[in-house]
Design a protein around this ligand. Structure first.
Ligand code: MG
Length: 255
């Protein structure tokens, strides 16, 4: 069931989203050659504590997962698309890193992700990240009252396909509210003019994830969490939680 949020609820969700934005900014600032994914996780733990916020991720166990998620961030490096578990791995020159993070404040969640490079970037990675950001921007721009959910999905998918990227099936955006994952699901491909009508108070996470090599299928690591590209090519993942309002889409997870 899709639950529309009141203005008062949106204000609380903006508080949660602000913590998400701040944590991602702090993690990005700390990320450098030689820094471990566990150390980045601790940076985010600190931001949660400083803000009296809860982690949306730690202990989370969706239907596909064999174990509760151990970290407060997902840290996905190079050919890991999403859901990477923060490990002792230390970042290396040229790594492409995606950090996904969720926080709860006052009973509501915020969910966002960033992709960036460490050290000297590969030009193709910068293009992949820019295209993923452009897809997110296009998806957000389509999230207007009177539109349909398919407009958002189509806007995201169009940019990924035009660039020749793979789009992993069955993973994408979602409603956000008192649960991190709510209805509706927001696929990264769709048909304009189809699907749920967009109404004021609808809150969704839009999260393009693109695979540079162009193949859609992914493989799941033995840990049951990390989704990896099937051809060892790199992937990017960028996400915001946004609200559909009468005055246009509002990004709730901006810092
Ligand atoms: Mg999400």
């Amino acid at each position: 069931m899709v639950e529309l949020k009141t203005d008062a609820e949106l204000a609380v969700m903006r508080s949660a989203g602000r913590v998400v934005g701040a944590a991602l900014a702090a993690v990005r600032k700390e990320a450098a050659i030689g820094v471990s994914l566990l150390e980045l996780n601790e940076v985010a733990v600190g931001v949660l504590a400083d803000n009296g916020a809860g982690s949306s991720f730690r202990g989370y166990r969706p239907h596909f997962a064999p174990t509760p998620f151990p970290g407060v961030i997902c840290a996905s490096v190079n050919d890991v698309i999403v859901h990477g578990i923060p490990s002792a791995y230390r970042l290396r020159d040229g790594d492409l890193v995606s950090i996904d993070f969720g926080a709860s404040v006052g009973g509501f969640h915020g969910d966002a992700a960033i992709s960036f490079t460490v050290g000297t970037p590969r030009p193709a990675d910068l293009t992949l990240i820019a295209d993923t950001q452009a897809a997110l921007d296009a998806g957000i721009a389509a999230a207007v009252v009177g539109g349909r959910l398919g407009d958002v999905s189509a806007a995201v998918g169009r940019i990924g396909r035009a660039a020749g990227y793979g789009i992993p099936p069955n993973f994408g955006g979602h409603g956000v509210g008192r649960a991190m994952h709510e209805d509706p699901s927001v696929p990264n491909e769709g048909v304009p003019g189809r699907g749920l009508k967009l109404r004021p108070g609808l809150v969704i996470a839009i999260e393009p994830m693109f695979i540079a090599g162009g193949r859609d299928p992914f493989v799941t690591d033995p840990d049951g969490w990390s989704l990896r590209t099937s051809d060892a090519s790199r992937a990017a993942h960028i996400e915001h939680t946004i609200a559909v309002t009468e005055s246009g889409p509002v990004i709730l997870t901006a810092p």
